[in-house]
Structures are given as C-alpha cells and as structure tokens.
Design a protein around this ligand. Structure first.
Ligand code: SAM
Ligand code: SF4
Length: 345
C-alpha cells in the first residue's frame, strides 16, 4: 500500500518496472482522437469521435504527465489523433516543458499545423519532432490521407527546419499499391532536407477499409532496395525505441541522414519495450498490440487533489504489462479493434 502522496514536484522512490524487469521511462500521450486527416491505414472513412467530456482535459493531461515524471519517466511524446488540432494544445506543451526531471518532450504530428506552430512548440521545450509523410505526389497524398494537402505539410516541414529542433524525422508507412514505389524519392527528399526518415510497417489496428495483407510491405525488402542505391552504414544508435537505424554515408564517407525501420512484423522488438501509452480518454495501455489496460480517468476525477490513488494504480499496472504483441497480418482481422488514432502512435 502506498502512502498518501502530496502533489509536489518531488520524484517518488518508486520506478515503473514490469514483471519482466523492463523499466518504463517513456510515455506516449494522445491528447485527442480527432484529426484533420483520415489516413487509410489509420482510420476508416466514417469515424465517430469521442464526446468532449469523455476526453481528458488539458489540465488532466498535465497532471498525469507530472505523476509519471515523478515515477521516473524521462521522455514524453505527445500524439493523437492530430495533437496540434486540439485547442490550446500549446499550453500543455508549455506546462510539460517546465518539468525539471523530464529529459525529452517530443511530438508526432501530421505536419498540417506546423507552419503556424513550429516555433511556439520549440519555445515551449519540444526537442524532437516526427512528421508523417507518405508521398511526395499531391494527388497520391490526398488519396492516402483522404483530406490532406501535401503543400501545407511541406510548408510545415520548412517551418520546423527554421525552428531548429534537435531533430526532425519523417515517418512513412509504405503500402503496396499506394506508395511502395516512392521509397527512393522519399529518402532522396530526406537527404536533400538534411532530416531523418523512418519506415514503419503497417500494423493491424482498427477496422480500416482494406486487409493489411493486401498492402503489406516488409521493411526487409525496403532495406534491400535502399542498400542497392545508397552506401548504408548500420548504426547502433537508439532512441530507446523499436527502430533500427542506418546512416547514409556521404561522399567523404561521413554519415548524415538517418534511416530507421520500425518492423513489428519482420523484427519483434518487445523484449526491450520501455513504454506505455495513454489514450485521450485516460486509458493506460500497457502494450500497443494488446488489450491490457487500466482506466485512469475515473481515478483522476474522483481524487482531484490527491495523487496517491493515481500513483498506486500506475504502479500496480506494471503487473499486467504483457510480454509482447502478437500481430499477424495473415489473420485478416485487426489484432486489436481500436484505431491507431485512438491509442496514439
Ligand atoms: N496525427 C499524427 C501523425 O499522423 O503523425 C500523430 C498520430 S498518428 C496515429 C502517429 C503515427 O502512427 C503516424 O506516424 C502514423 O503514420 C502511424 N500509424 C497510424 N496508423 C498506423 C498503423 N495502422 N500502423 C502503423 N503505423 C500507423
Ligand atoms: Fe490523422 Fe495521424 Fe491517423 Fe493520419 S495517421 S489519420 S494524420 S492520426
């Protein structure tokens, strides 16, 4: 039983360690399930979004992050849905940016709002930024995102470069029949912009309008293709996540652009999992690909001035963190029915 914990900035003596000895020091917080895009791998054509009162307030988000940081979390990623379409989202970034024991505040965005917000986010303390980009062809970009404007995202990328984040990384999902022929042009673009790029294998989350097997592109094939064009140097760098990295060597043999592969199918990365996810409803999911979760919203709302029950629930959740996901694209049904936009990518 944990003693009553006052709301203070002090670190707690407890760390988040699960039954397999993995320490959780990274949280991904989705601050909205809404989005201005409807990417074909992420959402179905007709989405129903949560009513406002079922979504954590920004103050509740800030409180949760503070508690996790007191429990040893040193990295926070804000995601969604599209986090930057949430009204006043900047306030939350500013609050989190002030936390002393936090090493890294990072963001995943579709880039549509960056033209206006990049500099403010940098000023708030956002260190690194991931921008999703699946095509450099405007018509195709619209097909994949259903509603997105490529130009706006490209302007957002330029604004992010001007704001001078520690790193900017593109996130690309390759889908057979959609954008599988753009591997080289996307990497050329990243090299030209002096930014990084990661290829993410599509995961079977949510009931979208295609079978995942029909669009599956293995990162093994993508890497082979890239190796035939670029001198790639395997890198031992890690951001503490599942990505495996390669560097593109330049003419002097020095390496610059980093190419990452996040391969839940061709390379299982669960053994070193250091993260948990919190949805915009306050559900704490212990694994992206499993249903194990606890609901933090009722605890937050019934104890507005006492963090002890929250701390106790979060510590207890470590006992149910699963060993790993069991994604299988051949199953032809989602591994979990919730959409990526609900859980937060
Ligand atoms: N809207 C923001 C964006 O698109 O970057 C943040 C949320 S989005 C859910 C986070 C990441 O999840 C994006 O990079 C997106 O490409 C990825 N994603 C969405 N659905 C996915 C799926 N079914 N499999 C793998 N990655 C997915
Ligand atoms: Fe929106 Fe991001 Fe999902 Fe695309 S991947 S629909 S941008 S939440």
């Amino acid at each position: 039983m944990i003693e009553k914990v006052p709301n203070s900035a002090q670190a707690l003596p407890h760390k988040l360690v699960d039954q397999f000895g993995r320490q959780v020091d990274y949280i991904r917080l989705s601050i909205t399930d809404r989005c201005d895009f409807r990417c074909v791998y992420c959402m179905s054509e007709d989405m129903t979004f949560l009513p406002r009162d079922e979504v954590l307030s920004l103050e509740e988000c800030a409180r949760l992050v503070k508690v996790f940081v007191r429990l040893g979390v040193s990295k926070v990623r804000i995601t969604g849905g599209e986090p930057l379409v949430r009204k006043n989202a900047l306030w939350l970034f500013e609050e989190i940016g002030k936390l002393k024991n936090l090493n890294e505040l990072v963001l995943t965005t579709n880039g549509s709002q960056l033209e206006k917000q990049a500099q403010n986010l940098k000023n708030a303390g956002v260190k690194r930024i991931n921008i999703s980009l699946d095509s450099l062809d405007a018509t195709r970009f619209k097909t994949i995102t259903r509603t997105g404007e490529l130009d706006k995202v490209l302007r957002g990328i330029q604004a992010a470069k001007l704001a001078d984040f520690d790193s900017i990384k593109l996130n690309t999902i390759l889908m057979r029949g959609f954008n599988d022929d753009e591997v080289l042009s996307l990497v050329d673009f990243a090299i030209g912009q002096a930014i990084d790029i990661s290829f993410i294998e599509e995961m079977p989350l949510g009931d979208v309008n295609h079978t995942r097997e029909s669009t599956f592109m293995s990162n093994i094939d993508t890497l082979k293709l890239l190796q035939s064009k670029y001198p790639l140097i395997a890198s031992v760098e890690t951001t503490g996540g599942p990505a495996r990295y390669w560097r593109v060597a330049d003419a002097e043999g020095k390496s610059n652009t980093k190419i990452g592969f996040i391969s839940p199918h061709s390379h299982n990365f669960c053994e070193s999992c250091n993260r948990v996810r919190i949805t915009c409803k306050g559900e704490l999911y212990l694994c992206l690909g499993q249903e194990d979760k606890i609901d933090l919203m009722p605890i937050l709302r019934s104890h507005p001035n006492d963090d002890a029950p929250l701390v106790e629930a979060i510590l207890a959740s470590m006992a149910i963190k699963p060993k790993g996901h069991d994604f299988d694209i051949r199953r032809n049904e989602p591994a979990v029915i919730r959409f990526m936009s609900h859980t937060g990518g």
